[in-house]
Design a protein around this ligand. Sequence first.
Ligand code: ADP
Ligand code: MG
Length: 707
Amino acid sequence: MGNINTASSVRYLPGVGEKRAATLANMGIYTIRDLLYHFPRAYQHRGDVRLLGEMDDGDTASFILTVASQPRTATLKNRMTLTKFTAVDESGMCNITFFNQNYVSKIFNVGEDYRFWGKLSRKGNTLSLNSPSFEPCVEGKPLPEFFPIYPLSGSLTQKYMAKIIAAALEVAKKDKMPDILPYGIVEEHSIPSLNFCLCAIHNPSSYEMLEAARKRFIWEELYTFALAISMSKNKTKEGNAPVFAKVDMEEFYSVFPFDPTGAQRRVIAEAENDMCNKSGVGMSRLICGDVGSGKTMCAAACMFMAVRNGYQCALMAPTEILATQHYNDLGVIFAKLGIRCELLCGSTTAAQKRVIKKSLKDGSIDCIIGTHALLTKDVEFKAPGLIITDEQHRFGVMQRAALGDKGKGSHILVMSATPIPRTLALIMYGDLSLSYIDEMPPGRKKVSTFTVDESYRERMNGFIEKQSLEGRQTYIVCPAIDSEEDEGLVGLDYDPEKEKNTPKLKNATEYAENLQKLMPKVKVALMHGKMKPKEKDEVMAAFAKGEIDVLVSTTVIEVGVNVPNATLMIVENAERFGLSQLHQLRGRVGRGQHKSWCILVSDTGNPVSAARLEVMTKTNDGLEISKKDLELRGPGDFLPDKSGSARQHGGFSFKVASFCDNTGHLERAFEYAQKTLADDPLLQKIENLPAKALVTGYFGIISNAVN
Ligand code: ADP
Ligand code: MG
């Protein structure tokens, strides 16, 4: 392997042929470096050896056992074979069985010690391990403490991945891979060398070692992300957006049924400054404001400015319901101002669509409101001036880029669904300037919020019944139950203390049945994640009509729903929800004239979870809540990764930074990125080339989306 280095194709590794290389390529692994950065998704802590006697039925664990009988193979009816032997430790005996793996009978001999890993079954006094993993115990050759579990694809196995990664680590040892981190970060946080960290993340021998390695890769991800975002921000500064002239806003305000709040006025002025900026650098602004803070009015004000300047504008919402709502609200107001406005959605008929598209193109429409149907190629504007997206977090960077491309050189305004603190905005919208609507329109009611534990259940049930008999309605939200496939694995974020303190999940179906039995006079209904959208709509509609008193639901109730008669929100296993999510849920009640309550039920023994829930009882301010949430959970939870759609961030995906628990890290990464770019804006210096290669990858993804 003389000339091979980490930039070489994986084909150069022993055991990687054309077919396997293709499978690896499907996972985004082309080079040896890519393979080295293919980190385990979890670890089996095999060094944590247990005694047979101390484990329960169904426990997955590691055991060191001595083979006590010679393996025997029997052929079963369906031509399957069963190989069986017994093995012991000081606490007891266990049957070990393997199906269709005759060869194991030649491996195990009486008196030999093996380390087994598997799920123990206990039937009466009989213990067995079915098809466990095993490693021989050999004097002077210690077994690894942790066993990595890799994300796989196609016919790849864990064993195979471990083997080729070991070969890749050998290559890395000889080839000094450049460190992308600036020396400042390395020194400031005592980050170990790249090679050490690569070995440690694949084969850690202790939690401390894993922690040290993870720290490096967190910084690598945060720093490259910060560079990419900062560079794209610099890039948009070149824009050639139209320069608007100031217009008389009193005409606009006079047709609105209410006066703008001070915060709305300020935000509108900030947007006006951007759009009237003589430099021609377009507006790229995010409006952050709590639910109900009045973002729509700000959007409408900007649309008014664009139209009075002779330009067209688009307002895009994530769902048809929300788009239609905007159209109904704004259409009336725009009509009074002589502004021509249309709605374009998936359900608009083909004939209507044709007419609307034609009028957009010839300039006879001023404003278009719609869903991402607006993103299709044949939607063209005569004079695009302003593109607004509402509830942006549901769109990825790529969709936003595609939308920006629709109105090349137009102003961009984004409105967040929930207020987000600056640090978080940096993560999600680092390329945008920020405006906060930090004041609510007058007359909003506070929802009284309590956290309770199981001991309160009877009283709570009484309260539900009382509310129902008074004609009010209740939402009860239970978390969806996760799959159990990762049993026995130690996740990267494994915390044994946390495990102990995790309360059992409520099963929504049983919950609803029990509640109904308990209160026969109350109408209880269930809405769960596996129902078809149409069924969910029906249940929701029945609840809105008051035909249901108590709605037990596993899914987060749609943001759009408005049932003013609902006065009680109960969240079970509240520790499972993010604070912003809880805030959103709480926002479903307190919409009518009746006093409303939110009860968070949790038996969590975890002090951090308890502290998070406490926050909810202290404030109704969405921004305050998301600041606390960020502080308590760390920014990692909010970073995009491949699995969580909530974390979708266009082309970005984070492997380890999601474990970052320090908000300051991200801000620091941005400071370092700025420092690097101030000195070398295009990353052309030798020491910045490795980082540039990664950043270019990000840009590639984004600009592909635009074309
Ligand atoms: P969001 O920020 O959640 O998009 P909306 O723009 O939908 O909020 O406004 C929420 C409600 O508050 C709407 O019914 C709207 O008419 C009302 N509203 C907005 N601004 C004001 C204001 N300045 N004074 C009174 N009511 C307002
Ligand atoms: Mg809104």
